[in-house]
Design a protein around this ligand. Sequence first.
Ligand code: DCP
Length: 113
Amino acid sequence: MENSTKTARDVSLQELRERLAEFARVRGWDQYHSPRNLLLALVGEVGELSEIFQWKGEVARGLPNWSSDDKEHLEEELSDVLLYLVQLADVCGLDLGQAALAKIVKNAEKYPV
Ligand SMILES: Nc1ccn([C@H]2C[C@H](O)[C@@H](COP(=O)(O)OP(=O)(O)OP(=O)(O)O)O2)c(=O)n1
């Protein structure tokens, strides 16, 4: 899909996982990043993401009528969701990238073309 804010390079889940682990470690936040706490934080950010769309009615793909400020806000909230999701998978000892690939394969078997 067209994306005017396309990044210059691909970003891996592994890179995000490592950056986030370091971010939490140097702040002494590991003690707070239990699976349950990260799940609650994730759900909170999903709520903030939902607020952006709340009361807007249907939104066209590509967000053609949105201001750059609104799009930036959306990028931030999507990122918060992703970052907590990556951390949640990490503290659970799971490989989220591999799990997601496996799930896509499973989905294709469940919903054949
Ligand atoms: N214990 C924490 C606190 C924050 N973060 C990171 C993950 C999110 O990307 C972001 C969330 O920060 P805030 O809780 O300040 O939430 P917002 O950025 O959404 O701010 P606000 O709720 O004021 O809009 O910071 C984290 O990893 N661990």
